[in-house]
Design a protein around this ligand. Sequence first.
Ligand SMILES: *[C@@H]1O[C@H](CO)[C@@H](O)[C@H](O)[C@H]1NC(C)=O
Length: 210
Amino acid sequence: MILRTDASNALVPLALGLLQIHGALAAAPRSPSNQCIAACQLWLNQIPFDDIPADTPYVARGCAGTLGPTSLFLCSTRYCPEVDLVEGFRALNETCQRFGSHLPSVDLIAGYTDEELAKILRLQPADHPPKGPVKEVLLPAGPLFRNAVYTLNAVSYIHIRHIGFGLCVFFFWIIAILVGVGFRISHMFQGSVSEKAALARRKRTKLENR
Ligand SMILES: *[C@@H]1O[C@H](CO)[C@@H](O)[C@H](O)[C@H]1NC(C)=O
């Protein structure tokens, strides 16, 4: 699921897609170049390519078949030209290897000519995600790719907000407990002080009464 860029529509799909996006984020540490690669991955994971086995885990979908990896590599060379593909996809490749598959070599896209590239269907935001099984290599159109980047940024922001909120609650309880313990200790202390004073007073009155 990829968000539209108007904020009013953003929250519902965001909530629905959070779990899926979480998977994509888990496989992608967040530096700007990784963010670019992660946007391609986020987009790609939602394309129902014909050659992906149905039981492929979500985080390993980018490695399955050849349509997916080809689209993924082409997306990256198109939108993240500064990223070295082997470096950029190391994390995904390692994730896939944990699930018993791996990415093909980047040679997969070595043979593409400019003409062939120009013929590849650019998926528009309105057509995303495609309904039926997709039997061809795809690229996200510019606006769709930007929506994927925007979605990732929104999720990172929410993660940060979430952690910030968690920390506030944590410190609230630490302070609440410290204040509570402090009161108890000062009460105990005051109690023993006043008891001693009472004892001393009683002694004094006893002495005076003699
Ligand atoms: C992914 O790993 C496999 C196995 O180690 C390797 O053959 C392949 O070239 C790697 N793919 C990329 C894109 O780095």
